[in-house]
Design a protein around this ligand. Structure first.
Ligand SMILES: N[C@@H](CCC(=O)N[C@@H](CS)C(=O)NCC(=O)O)C(=O)O
Length: 219
């Protein structure tokens, strides 16, 4: 199988962390030049019409175009250790959490477009939109915080694919944009710090030119 990815991106990173957690090796890594917008050119768009990275391509040339679906597909192929849940109810709960993680960090991503100097020359930035997106991000995280329960991870004693998605997204927002979790999300904060101790959590190296420009300005 081939994974079209780049090393430091928020979404490909979910899959990198997941592969380490599962100890899956032998995947061919194909680096996509996201800065040069290779993912918006016909060759890549034929594989993934969304232009988003990552894409997983199976031996038969079938492509899977969303990081969440890639982890779910790999769970079917590599069931141990189980990172999705052993009953229909547990799997549904994991899916609920995964979708909430996606929702929360979509809002956070739009907030960064409007409040990070990194995007100031590429996009029209609007503080009101940044504030609105930030408050939606906080609202969805509040639901996730409730749903996270009292166990060490959202998935229970060990991380689930929802924990992986949460951790990779949170690490990216925190390290690059200096966007921290709201104080109301103590359980999520604890899950983040617990995950940080895992060998899969070693941070990605961000391109040097991005690091000083990324932190959010006041909005
Ligand atoms: N929902 C998609 C999002 C993929 C996505 O937006 N990836 C980012 C990189 S981390 C990307 O491709 N950005 C560049 C672009 O959209 O042109 C997923 O979960 O895989």
């Amino acid at each position: 199988m081939k994974l079209y990815q780049f090393s430091w991106g928020i979404y490909p990173r979910r899959v990198h962390v997941y592969l380490k957690e599962k100890k899956i090796t032998g995947m061919e890594m194909i680096e996509i030049d996201v800065i040069g917008q290779e993912n918006r050119k016909p060759g890549y768009l034929e594989k993934n019409p969304t232009g988003g990275i990552p894409t997983l391509e199976t031996e038969d040339g079938f492509t899977i175009c969303q990081s969440s679906s890639i982890m779910q597909y790999l769970e079917d192929l590599y069931p141990a250790p189980d990172m999705r849940g052993s009953t229909p109810e547990a799997r549904a709960r994991t899916h609920d959490q995964l979708m909430l993680v996606n929702e929360a960090y979509n809002f956070a991503g739009i907030c960064t477009f409007h409040a990070s100097p990194l995007f100031s020359k590429m996009r029209l930035q609007n503080d009101e939109v940044a504030r609105g997106m930030h408050s939606e991000y906080v609202r969805v995280l509040g639901s996730l915080e409730t749903m996270a329960g009292e166990r060490p991870y959202m998935g229970g004693e060990t991380p689930s694919i929802a924990d992986v998605a949460f951790f990779a997204s949170e690490q990216f927002m925190r390290d690059l944009y200096q966007l921290e979790l709201p104080a109301t999300c103590a359980r999520l904060e604890a899950i983040y710090h617990r995950f940080l101790l895992r060998p899969s959590a070693a941070p990605a190296a961000y391109p040097k030119f991005i690091v000083p420009l990324a932190p959010l300005r006041a909005f």
